[in-house]
Write a protein that binds this ligand. Structure first.
Ligand code: IFM
Length: 448
C-alpha cells in the first residue's frame, strides 16, 4: 500500500439516522417516539424545531439514493425507526413501516450500494418510555423482539447490522444529563439504561444472525480521545476517569472485560449504586462475539482536575481556533490513537469508522456552489490519520462520513450542518457540497 492508497475492498460510505432525516413523523401507522415527544416539548431544542419533516427523506428516498449513486458511494448506513415497525413498542407489526425500509434497501441494492442497518439510533417508542424506558429491564426483551422482526424481514437483503448507535450518548444524555430524549435526570438511571442497551445488544446478535445468513453484526460506540490537561497526577487521573466514563464503560464489557473496576468504585460512591441491575450471565451475554466494531469519532477532550464538578470530569476543548461550528476541536491524531488502541489493546478484528465528519454552516454562493473547504480539510486530515493506522496493521475496513446530508442535529435543531450535501429546508433542494465532489474522487481512486 503506497501513497495514501486504501486497501482493496475498503468500503467508502456515508451515514444518517431515521429521526434526523425521515420526517413523516406520524404517517403510515408510525407510533410516537421519545424524540417526537421531546422535540414537541417547548424549550428542549435550541432553535425550537422538530424532526416532523426534517429532510423529508421518507418521501424523497429515491432521489436521495440517486444522489448517492452519483457520488459513487459503496455503502450507506441508515437506521430504522422502531416506532414505524412496532407502533406499540411490541406486538402488532406495522407492515407499511417495514415496506418503507424494504423499498429503500431494494433501491440501494439496485444502485450497487451496500446497506448498513443500525437498529437503534435513539428513537425509542414513547410507549416503552412510559413503561420505564431503558432503565426498565423489560426494554431488553422489547428490543430483541424488534430486532427479530426487522432482521426477519430484511435479513435476506441486508448483510451488515449494527445493533446500537452510541449507547453512551443514548443512556447518559437521555437519562443523566437530560439534554436528549427522554430528558430524564435521575441519579444512577443512566447506568441501568446503559446496562440494558448492552444486554439487549448481546441477546439480539444471535437472533439477527439466525435471520440473516452470513451477515456481519456489530455495535457502534462513540469514542473521544481524553487527554490530560497537564502532566500532573491529578489531571492524568481525571483524564483516565473521563476515559472510563465515555469509552471503557462500554468498550470493556463488549470485549469480555466486565465493567472497569475504577469506574465501578467511582459510580458506587457517586450514585450510591448497588449494581443490582446486573444479573447472572449478563457479562457473558454482553461479550457475545461480533464481526466488527463501529467507531464514531469526532474530537478530543482535554481534562483538568480543577474543572471537575460533582466528582465527574468536565471536558473542555483546548484551542479556541481549531474548532468546527459546533465547537468541537479538530484533532485527527485522536482518531489515529483510538484506532491503534482498539486493535493493539483490545484486538478488535475488524473496525469500521461508522461516523466522522464536521459541522460547518457554509451555504450556496451566488453560483449555487457550496464551497465547504473547511469540511474538506477536516475529512482529509482524518482520512490521513486512518490511513496511518492502517499502515500499522489496524484492520480498518471502511469509512462512513457523517453525514450524507444536513439534518436535524438533536438538541441543536437545524443550526448545525454536518452534511456533505446541502439541504434547503424550505424547498428540500439538495446540493452536493465541494466536500462531496472531492469525496467522490477519493472513492473513485480509493485513496487520497
Ligand atoms: O448527529 C450525530 C449522530 O446522530 C450521532 N453521532 C454524532 C453526530 C453528530 O453529533
Amino acid at each position: 500500500m503506497s501513497n495514501k492508497q486504501f486497501p482493496t475492498n475498503f468500503i467508502w460510505g456515508t451515514a444518517t439516522s431515521s429521526y434526523q432525516i425521515e420526517g413523516a413523523w406520524n404517517e403510515d401507522g408510525k407510533g410516537e417516539s421519545i424524540w417526537d415527544r421531546f422535540s414537541h416539548t417547548p424549550g428542549k431544542i435550541q432553535d425550537g424545531t422538530t424532526g416532523d419533516v426534517a429532510c423529508d427523506h421518507y418521501h424523497r428516498y429515491r432521489d436521495d439514493v440517486v444522489l448517492m449513486r452519483d457520488l459513487g458511494l459503496q455503502a450507506y448506513r441508515f437506521s430504522i425507526a422502531w416506532p414505524r415497525i412496532l407502533p406499540n413498542g411490541r406486538g402488532q407489526v406495522n407492515q407499511k413501516g417495514l415496506d418503507f425500509y424494504g423499498r429503500l434497501t431494494d433501491q440501494l441494492l439496485a444502485a450497487n450500494i451496500t446497506p448498513f442497518v443500525t437498529l437503534y439510533h435513539w428513537d425509542l417508542p414513547q410507549i416503552l418510555e412510559d413503561q420505564g424506558g431503558w432503565p426498565n429491564r423489560d426494554s431488553v426483551d422489547a428490543f430483541v423482539e424488534y430486532a427479530d422482526v426487522v432482521s426477519r424481514y430484511l435479513g435476506d437483503r441486508v448483510k451488515h447490522w449494527i445493533t446500537f448507535n452510541e449507547p453512551f450518548v443514548s443512556a447518559f444524555l437521555g437519562y443523566q444529563y437530560g439534554n436528549h430524549a427522554p430528558g430524564r435526570k435521575e441519579s444512577g438511571l443512566a447506568l441501568r439504561a446503559a446496562h440494558h442497551h448492552l444486554v439487549a445488544h448481546g441477546e439480539s446478535v444471535p437472533v439477527i444472525r439466525a435471520n440473516s445468513a452470513g451477515a456481519e453484526v456489530g455495535i457502534t460506540l462513540n469514542m473521544s480521545y481524553q487527554a490530560a490537561g497537564s502532566a500532573s497526577a491529578a489531571d492524568v487521573a481525571r483524564a483516565r476517569q473521563a476515559d472510563g466514563h465515555v469509552n471503557r464503560w462500554f468498550l470493556d464489557p463488549i470485549n469480555g472485560r466486565h465493567y472497569p473496576a475504577d469506574m465501578v468504585n467511582m459510580y458506587y460512591q457517586k450514585f450510591d449504586e448497588s449494581f443490582d441491575f446486573i444479573l447472572d450471565g449478563d457479562f457473558e451475554t454482553i461479550a457475545v462475539p461480533t464481526d466488527f466494531m463501529g467507531l464514531n469519532y469526532y474530537s478530543r477532550h482535554v481534562v483538568r482536575d480543577e474543572e471537575a464538578t460533582d466528582n465527574l470530569p468536565q471536558t473542555v476543548f483546548e484551542s479556541k481556533e481549531n474548532r468546527t461550528d459546533i465547537d468541537w476541536e479538530i484533532y485527527p491524531e485522536g482518531l489515529y490513537r483510538i484506532l491503534n488502541r482498539l486493535y493493539f489493546d483490545y484486538q478488535i478484528p475488524k473496525i469500521y469508522i461508522t461516523e466522522n465528519g464536521a459541522s460547518y454552516g457554509d451555504g450556496p454562493d451566488e453560483n449555487g456552489r457550496v464551497p465547504d473547504e473547511r469540511r474538506l480539510s477536516y475529512l482529509k486530515q482524518h482520512f490521513t490519520a486512518a490511513h496511518r493506522a492502517i499502515n500499522n496493521g489496524v484492520p480498518l475496513a471502511g469509512y462512513f462520513v457523517w453525514s450524507f446530508m444536513d439534518n436535524f442535529e438533536w438538541a441543536y435543531g437545524y443550526k448545525q450542518r454536518f452534511g456533505i450535501t446541502w439541504v434547503d429546508y424550505d424547498t428540500q433542494e439538495r446540493i452536493l457540497k465541494d466536500s462531496a465532489l472531492w469525496y467522490k474522487q477519493v472513492i473513485a481512486e480509493n485513496g487520497l
